[in-house]
Design a protein around this ligand. Structure first.
Ligand code: HEC
Length: 139
């Protein structure tokens, strides 16, 4: 019991510090994305946002797994529920990754909701839609 509480506290602390680091960074200047196709915007955002530190397309053993060719394939979550991955699911997994945790993985992905929908600035939907387009393009 005690052990579980400690683990939960550690995870919260980790997420908190990651969020702090992220929110303090200047990421993805909108000018950088001008004139690019949606897929290229996504490709760039994937590297700017350091998605590639946890997702390597050619190495499923990395923390978050490969994201290659996952669209249209079934996924099972830790709570036993399943769904066929579609574009809406990809978007949800980026905004609220902790809402549905893929079975066999630890829920340590940083929630990006505040990055794409900041309270005081306009939403960064171009990057979000770009990421979905990029992931969809990976066959
Ligand atoms: C700190 C590591 C980390 C970072 C950074 C990260 N992810 Fe993840 N991601 C994970 C983990 C772990 C999972 C599996 C657990 C879960 O479902 O939340 C995951 C799951 C996902 C999934 C669902 C995968 C599936 O098999 O259905 C998508 C899509 C995704 N991430 C996209 C992204 C994108 C796009 C970014 C950058 C904006 C990103 N991730 C950044 C760790 C990370």
């Amino acid at each position: 019991m005690m052990k579980k509480i400690i683990i939960v506290i550690c995870v919260i602390a980790l997420l908190g510090s990651l969020h702090f680091i992220f929110s303090g960074r200047k990421l993805g200047d909108p000018a950088e994305y001008q004139g690019l196709s949606s897929v290229d915007v996504g490709k760039k955002a994937f590297s700017n946002l350091k998605c590639d530190s946890c997702h390597k397309m050619d190495d499923p053993s990395k923390l978050g797994g490969s994201l290659k060719g996952i669209l249209g394939k079934e996924v099972e979550f830790v709570d036993g529920s399943k769904l066929i991955r579609d574009e809406a699911y990809l978007k949800d997994s980026i905004l609220n990754p902790l809402a549905k945790i893929v079975k066999g993985r630890t829920g340590v992905m940083i929630p990006f909701k505040h990055y794409f929908y900041p309270k005081d600035k306009s939403p960064r939907e171009k990057e979000l839609n770009g990421l979905v387009a990029y992931l969809t393009s990976l066959k």
